[in-house]
Design a protein around this ligand. Structure first.
Ligand code: K1U
Ligand code: ZN
Length: 169
């Protein structure tokens, strides 16, 4: 397992649409292992493969409380089958837009279909932080960042702040 570099805005890779995975094999599981280690190291609660420069439709996540046992989750080729009309606001962050947090409104509940670490097809309902995080990560697969849901002014300010911090580092 290895910790990979996380791309930050304005890296053009982050705007790419990721490609579906053809097979959940040992090579893909090695990628998912690296993604999980990278996410825990950051630390974060989710990570999409494109954030480490790999344009595949793969997400890892762990939304378990930090003081408890780890509960890693893997989503390959995830699809949203249903979204609730009810929405909920949540203060989001992103490892690719470090130190910027802002409120995004998304459907409160979604129904998902995806392949897990073993390549089994799963259908599952998501709500709360799980619903927020999976929608945020699935946006990454389509080249969309949470700041794209904000006003142009807020988005431009966020990118400028990240660029300035990167220059100073
Ligand atoms: O970059 C990412 O996509 C990961 C992102 C996931 C996310 C967070 C909040 C709302 C929606 C999606 C993060 O993990 S940002 C860091 C973060 O939330 C966190 C870090 C340490 C402890 C707890 C949370
Ligand atoms: Zn993100």
């Amino acid at each position: 397992m290895a910790i990979r570099d996380i791309l930050t805005v304005p890296d053009p890779m982050l705007k790419k649409v990721s490609k579906p995975v053809e097979a959940v094999d040992d090579e893909l599981r090695a990628l998912m292992d690296d993604m999980l280690e990278t996410m825990y190291d950051a630390p974060g609660i989710g990570l999409a493969a494109i954030q480490i420069g790999v344009p595949k439709r793969v997400i890892v996540m762990d939304i378990a409380p930090r003081e408890g046992d780890r509960e890693p989750r893997y989503f390959v080729n995830p699809q949203i089958l249903w979204r609730s009309e009810e929405t909920q606001p949540y203060e989001e962050g992103c490892l690719s837009v470090p130190d910027i947090y802002d409120e995004v409104e998304r459907p409160a509940r979604v129904k998902l279909r995806y392949l897990n670490y073993q390549g089994e097809q799963i259908e599952e309902d998501a709500e709360g932080v799980f619903a927020v995080c999976i929608q945020h990560e699935m946006d990454h697969l389509d080249g969309v960042l949470f700041i794209d849901h904000l006003s142009r002014l807020k988005r431009d300010r966020a990118v400028s702040k990240v660029k300035k911090a990167a220059k100073a580092a």
